[in-house]
Write a new protein. Structure first.
Length: 255
C-alpha cells in the first residue's frame, strides 16, 4: 500500500520534469489556472469575510446552548463551511481550467505519450456538439457528487472531536479521487475512452497508486496561484498514471 502510494506521488514530480523545459507548453498550460485562481481566491476571501454574518444565522439552533458549546458549534460549522467550499471550488476550478485550456492539456497528454513511446492510436473524431454536451454532463455529474460529499463532510464535521479529525481527511481523499477523474480526461479521451466509468474502473484497480498521485495534486491545487505550475505538471502526471492504469508499456522513444 505504501509503495503504491509513493509510486503514485512520484508521478507528479515526473510530470513536472516532462513539461518544465517546454516554455510554450508551460505558458499555455499555466494561463487558464492563473485566471481561475484569481476567481477562486476572490470567492474564498468573500466567503471568509462574511463568516461573521453567516455563522450566527446558521448556528441559530444552538442559541440557547451554554456559551462554550455555542462557540464550539459555530467554529465547527465555520470549518465545515470553508472546507466544503474549498472541496467544491477545487473541483469546479479544475473542470473550468481543463475546459478553457483543453488544447494545451491535450497537447501535454500527447507530448508525454510521444516522449515515453508507444502512443495510442488516434480515436475516431468526436463531433463538436457531442463533445461539448458530454463534457457538460460529466462536469455537472462531478459537481453534484461533490456537493453531496461536501454536505456529508460538513455534517460529519459537527461531531465533536472525531468529526473535526475525520472530516478533513475524508474530504481530501474524496476530493482527490474526483479530481483525478477530471485530470485523467485528456489521456483517456486520447485512447477513445470517453465515459467517467472508464476512468473510475481503471482507478479502482490501483486505488492506492491513484490516491498517491491525486492527494498531493488536490492539496496543491487548493492553494491559489500554485496551480499555475502544478496544473500542467498534474496533466502530464495524469497521462503517466493513465499509462500505468491501462498497463501500457513505457518504451523509450526511438524517434
Amino acid at each position: 500500500m505504501i509503495t503504491e502510494a509513493l509510486s503514485g506521488a512520484a508521478l507528479l514530480g515526473r510530470g513536472l520534469g516532462l513539461v518544465l523545459g517546454k516554455r510554450r507548453i508551460m505558458l499555455l498550460g499555466g494561463l487558464p489556472p492563473l485566471i481561475t485562481s484569481i476567481i477562486f481566491l476572490a470567492l474564498l476571501i468573500t466567503l471568509i469575510g462574511n463568516l461573521g454574518d453567516l455563522l450566527p444565522a446558521i448556528a441559530a439552533f444552538a442559541a440557547g446552548w451554554p456559551g462554550w458549546l455555542h462557540v464550539t458549534m459555530e467554529v465547527a460549522i465555520g470549518i465545515a463551511l470553508v472546507g466544503g467550499s474549498i472541496l467544491i471550488m477545487v473541483l469546479v476550478f479544475s473542470a473550468v481550467t481543463l475546459a478553457v485550456g483543453s488544447p494545451a492539456y491535450d497537447k501535454i497528454a500527447e507530448l508525454v505519450d510521444h516522449e515515453l513511446g508507444d502512443p495510442p492510436q488516434a480515436p475516431p473524431e468526436e463531433r463538436l456538439p457531442a463533445a461539448v454536451g458530454r463534457a457538460i454532463r460529466q462536469t455537472l455529474a462531478l459537481v453534484v457528487i461533490s456537493l453531496i460529499g461536501a454536505i456529508a463532510f460538513a455534517l460529519l464535521g459537527l461531531v465533536p472531536l472525531l468529526g473535526q479529525v475525520l472530516a478533513p481527511v475524508l474530504s481530501a481523499l474524496f476530493g482527490a479521487w474526483l479530481l483525478c477523474i477530471e485530470l485523467l480526461g485528456p489521456a483517456f479521451e486520447r485512447r477513445g475512452l470517453l465515459r467517467l466509468s472508464d476512468r473510475r474502473v481503471a482507478m479502482a484497480r490501483r486505488r492506492w497508486h491513484t490516491l498517491g498521485f491525486a492527494v498531493p495534486c488536490f492539496l496543491l491545487l487548493a492553494i491559489p496561484f500554485v496551480s499555475v505550475l502544478v496544473f500542467p505538471a498534474a496533466t502530464a502526471g495524469a497521462t503517466l498514471l493513465a499509462r500505468d492504469l491501462r498497463a501500457e508499456e513505457a518504451l523509450p522513444d526511438n524517434g
